[in-house]
Design a protein around this ligand. Structure first.
Ligand SMILES: Cc1cc2nc3c(=O)[nH]c(=O)nc-3n(C[C@H](O)[C@H](O)[C@H](O)COP(=O)(O)O)c2cc1C
Length: 206
């Protein structure tokens, strides 16, 4: 049975433009994959704590050294990683907030990047351990940045996901959402069309 994990990071939860695009994709994907499991993690409803010295200390302590509080911290991170591991398909709904990803998503990433668990350091550098997954990213922005140095989303998300072994990454952009009605409507229509293109082979195979 296939599993899809959708992670939303808009402050508006399912009302965000990034969430709406991701939800649209997931609804079509679900129709093409009857019986598949869909897990939704909404970081606005269920935020992950920010990383701090206590949390990182728990991660790097050996299992025998860990206190009860550290064990609880690690168990929480382990549960997030186990959820990610079960997913064949990862859908990320990512708004641009102040030229970056939402801090809630960064906090989530800080809990799933664990040496020896989701990546390891080899002789030739880091090796990602979360392989065999396909990721789709729905990036919503008020302005327009693709192809410019200000598109921090694309480089950062490809780098981070690649670091943990997720190299198959497809972006769908909704840009210029705050640049007037025409810009918004055109951009959303383009994003919807892109979703259709991505899912066409999946729907044909179903
Ligand atoms: C706190 C905040 C910061 C924002 N910063 C930016 C920004 O740096 N660049 C940009 O193009 N749009 C920015 N926007 C606009 C959002 O990218 C836009 O509203 C987008 O639709 C957000 O995605 P969402 O609807 O899924 O939350 C910002 C919006 C908010 C609420």
């Amino acid at each position: 049975m296939k599993t899809l994990l959708e992670i939303r990071s808009s402050i508006y939860s399912d009302g965000g433009q990034s969430s709406r695009l991701a939800d649209r994709f997931v609804a079509h994907w679900r129709a093409a994959n009857p019986g598949a499991r869909v897990i939704v993690r909404d970081l606005a409803h269920d935020p992950v704590p920010h990383i701090d010295a206590d949390r990182f200390g728990a991660f790097i302590a050996t299992p025998e050294q860990r206190t009860a509080a550290q064990k609880a911290i690690v168990a929480y991170s382990d549960a997030l990683i186990a959820e990610l591991k079960t997913a064949d398909v990862i859908v990320l709904a990512v708004p641009m907030y102040n030229f970056s990803i939402p801090s809630t998503l960064k906090a989530y990433f800080d809990h799933i990047a664990r040496a020896g668990v989701t990546f390891r350091y080899g002789e030739k550098g880091p090796v990602g351990l979360m392989t065999g997954k396909q990721a789709y990213i729905f990036a919503a922005r008020g302005g327009r940045y693709t192809g410019t140095p200000f598109d921090s989303h694309t480089t950062y998300l490809r780098t981070f996901l690649g670091f943990i072994g997720i190299a198959d990454v497809e972006f769908v952009y909704a840009e210029g959402l705050h640049m007037g009605d025409v810009s918004r409507e055109e951009s959303l229509a383009n994003a919807h069309a892109r979703i259709g293109e991505i899912l066409e082979p999946v729907l044909e195979a179903a």
